[in-house]
Design a protein around this ligand. Structure first.
Ligand code: M3P
Ligand code: FE
Length: 305
């Protein structure tokens, strides 16, 4: 089965209390555990220990992206596949990472630290698994955006083609959409394992960079109320609410108080595993990314962490 889905995103922040206040009181994540230098957070419908780890550091940055695999055999097979590709793999033993079983870690050709994990401690979601209502009522996250779960991560790479060959050829991601420059080279690729439009995407930029991570919202109404909550809290909005050509999703981009870009995302199509890759050409890049505006702003292109 291989990679199942995104497990968690690890970022560094220069003010842990401020970041934690934003991710709990504006986004509406739930604090699960706190150690001397890190806070572990999850969304209300997630049952695993955390989907975001915030760690204090003197500089804002991207720690790692962690994906969940289906079985211990997958972990062993992917460990071999990455080693065969020529990249050293480190085994992290059970319990060495808070809330996690055994995992493997390696650096990818795009200079990103990546982790694959099979087992994450189950802490349970906010709804029962027997006869649940279809919405959450939880005083802790009232008046917040309250996304049910994390959705995807988008990273930057100098060589998008090479990075994509690694993520698809070695780790088994399927390319759902690609953006090509005038010479037919990939400058953006969108890849899935969970039969969504993307779990991971790569766009041209510096190696090791994070463009954004995105929360899932259930529909467009929730995107509108997310915009209300962002504005009410004085959060810096980057783009939107608007719609993507690529993925067909509805979106808002905004920045956390320390400068990491977040997105709320909904809709999009549900590609079958045999749905062909959709190609966009650079002359249509504006519509590909922001279908209504038809153009990209400078900040969206240049700012990453
Ligand atoms: C998305 C998405 C860039 C495109 C981003 C697209 C950074 O975030 O969810 O499809 O060019
Ligand atoms: Fe996105």
């Amino acid at each position: 089965m291989g990679v199942l889905r995104l497990s968690h995103v690890d970022i560094t922040v220069t003010d842990l209390d401020l970041a934690c206040a934003y991710y709990t009181k504006v986004i509406g994540m739930i604090e699960v555990e706190r150690t001397a230098d890190s806070v572990y957070l999850k969304c209300w419908d997630e049952i695993d220990h955390h989907s975001l780890r915030l760690t204090y550091a003197p500089r804002v940055g991207f720690g790692l992206m962690s994906f969940k695999v289906t079985s211990d055999d997958d972990l062993a097979e992917l460990e071999q596949a990455v080693s065969r590709y020529g990249f050293p793999v480190q085994r992290i033993s059970r319990g060495a990472s808070v809330g996690q079983g055994e995992s493997i870690r390696f650096e990818t050709p795009s200079g990103h630290e990546m982790e694959l994990v099979r087992e994450v401690q189950k802490v349970g979601g906010s709804l029962p698994k027997l006869n649940p209502r279809p919405f959450v009522v939880d005083a802790q996250i009232q008046d917040t955006i309250a996304p049910p779960r994390m959705d995807h991560v988008l990273v930057t790479a100098e060589e998008v083609g090479e990075a994509t060959r690694f993520y698809s050829g070695v780790l088994g991601f399927r390319v759902t959409e690609q953006l090509l420059d005038g010479n037919g080279h990939q400058i953006g690729t969108w890849m899935e394992r969970s039969h969504s439009p993307h779990d991971l995407a790569v766009v041209a930029g510096p190696n090791g960079g994070l463009h954004h991570f995105a929360y899932w919202l259930d529909d467009w109404d929730h995107i509108r109320s997310a915009a209300d909550i962002l504005a009410y809290n004085g959060i810096s909005v980057d783009v939107g609410p608007t719609r993507h050509g690529i993925t067909r999703g509805s979106t808002i981009y905004f920045f956390d108080p320390l400068g990491t870009r977040n997105e709320v995302f909904t809709g999009g199509y549900r590609p079958d595993p045999d749905f062909p890759t959709i190609t966009w050409t650079q002359d249509n890049a504006g519509r590909a990314i922001f279908y209504y505006e038809g153009e990209l702003n400078e900040r969206f292109m240049k700012v990453h962490t």
